[in-house]
Design a protein around this ligand. Structure first.
Ligand code: MN
Length: 160
């Protein structure tokens, strides 16, 4: 701090940590004015951790998605079908919903339509991203038409 160094990180450095450290010191606006030195702790504080609702009936797919998301330190709440997803939303505030399309009881399209309908009174808009088994144009259009914001095709890839 006395030498005028902007940040210090502890080795071994994770790639994501290094990147956010660099971004952080380059854009001092993202930091509270009182932050004297960027540390691993600062990065953790400003890092965008999400609370995600994962609606997926398939155990293999949900395990894979859980693993990817928890690596990012996101917290995940799991619902096994569309109706369970709606019930979870009554109890929890989430930043994002990852929605499988084909599920028993209530599928992802129906659940999305129901969520969007409810939102009309609250004025909120939770981002919903479909996880589609087939990357068919028709499926994708049906997802967007139901009120989803985007889609990724399964098997999901981290970068995507
Ligand atoms: Mn499914």
């Amino acid at each position: 701090r006395e030498l005028g160094i902007s940040a210090y990180l502890v080795k071994p450095i994770r790639q994501s940590e290094l990147l956010s450290g660099i971004c952080c010191v380059l854009s001092a606006t993202s930091l509270p004015a009182s932050t004297p030195l960027v540390t691993r702790h600062t990065l953790r504080e400003i890092q965008n951790h999400l609370h995600i609702l994962l609606a997926e009936d398939n155990a293999v797919n949900s395990t894979l998605a859980l693993r990817l998301l928890e690596k990012r330190d996101d917290t995940v709440c799991l619902a096994r079908d569309g109706l369970a997803a709606m019930e979870a939303l009554e109890k929890e505030t989430v930043d994002l919903i990852l929605m499988d399309v084909q599920m028993p009881v209530m599928d992802g399209l129906e659940a999305t339509r129901a969520i969007r309908l409810k939102e009309q009174s609250s004025g909120k808009h939770i981002p919903i991203v479909a996880m589609t088994a087939h990357a068919l144009k028709d499926d994708q259009e049906r997802c967007l038409a139901s009120g989803m914001d985007d889609y990724v095709s399964k098997p999901i890839r981290t970068a995507e």
